[in-house]
Write a new protein. Structure first.
Lengths: 110, 205
């Protein structure tokens, strides 16, 4: 190996060692750095729900009343719709039965 | 029974962490169980209609699908009202909530097909109802398969004694209400079929 190659190899090795030292050294320094001590909860803006004032806590009663009201309203509306549709169909059945008995065609106008 | 249920619910003990809002449980869970029952009834009746061509089965399937949609509305509204207090959000796209919404949409699709699908849509809708029925175990077990915000299936078996009686009373009340509404809705479809036959008989005279 001639002089020029030895110098080149030595140069590459020095650069590699220097770069590695910078990389791993920097990573080690960052990892070892301790995070700043956390402040109080109020410094972070976090407050447990149970410590909130009454005005800021969500009241449960409207939610419970709303849930039960929805169930009742939905059931009653559905029952009402069935009753209405059934009444209409029953009246149509009665009407067409009368027309059949009377011997007239449905839809015929006097 | 449905009218007496609130009396039992008021007398039930408060849950230690959620307090008053937990009382939504006594309507939310029975409504979900009834929705599942309605989906099963619709699916089984639809399968009978597909394979045996029984018109009465089709009427029962349609009635049960409407009730699955109705009780699904109760579940999907009472749940978020409870979630707003318990989780701090109205809705979360976790497995149980999302799969329940999809189940409800499947039966909405069934109803839209029956209403607007035209000739032959009754059989197509029956296929949709069968598909919806097979979704029910998926919805029920979703809380076990995935990490969800929603409580797991062990809640009901582990209820404290004061909560068991009102809960099961509400379950029986909801299922009884379902049976009555199913009978009424099926009667409506039966009378509509009779009306159509009368019109056809009158036209042929």
């Amino acid at each position: 190996m001639n002089q020029k190659n030895r110098v080149a190899i030595a140069f590459v090795v020095v650069i590699a060692v220097f770069t590695g030292a910078l990389t791993f050294g920097g990573a080690a320094a960052t990892a070892s750095q301790q995070p700043p001590p956390s402040g109080t909860a109020q410094d972070d803006g976090f407050v447990p729900v149970k410590d909130l004032g009454d005005q800021e806590q969500l009241p449960a009663a409207p939610l419970v009343i709303g849930a039960y009201a929805i169930a009742w309203i939905a059931v009653l509306l559905y029952l009402w719709s069935i009753w209405r549709r059934l009444s209409r169909v029953e009246s149509e059945i009665a009407s067409i039965s009368r027309r059949i008995e009377a011997g007239t065609r449905p839809g015929a106008h006097p | 029974m449905f009218a007496y249920a609130p009396v039992m619910i008021v007398n039930a003990p408060y849950e230690s962490t959620m307090g008053l809002v937990q009382k939504i449980f006594y309507f939310h869970v029975p409504a979900a169980m009834t929705m599942f029952a309605a989906a099963f009834v619709s699916g089984i009746a639809s399968a009978m209609y597909l394979f045996r061509r029984q018109p009465e089965a089709d009427r029962v399937a349609l009635a049960a699908a409407e009730l699955a949609a109705l009780f699904g509305v109760i579940v999907l509204i009472s749940g978020p009202l409870w979630a707003r207090k318990a989780w701090g959000v109205w809705w979360d796209w976790d497995a149980r909530l999302t799969s329940t919404l999809i189940l409800w949409l499947i039966f909405q699709a069934y109803l839209l097909l029956r209403r607007y699908g035209g000739p032959g849509s009754d059989r197509l809708a029956a296929g949709v109802a069968v598909f919806g029925m097979f979704n029910v175990p998926f919805v029920y077990w979703s809380v076990e398969f995935w990490r969800t915000l929603h409580p797991k299936t062990t809640v009901v078996p582990s209820l404290q004694p004061g909560m068991r009686e009102p809960f099961w009373f509400c379950v029986v009340a909801f299922l009884g209400l379902f049976v009555l509404m199913l009978a009424a809705r099926t009667r409506l479809e039966r009378r509509r079929a009779e009306l159509e036959e009368l019109y056809l008989a009158a036209e042929s005279d």
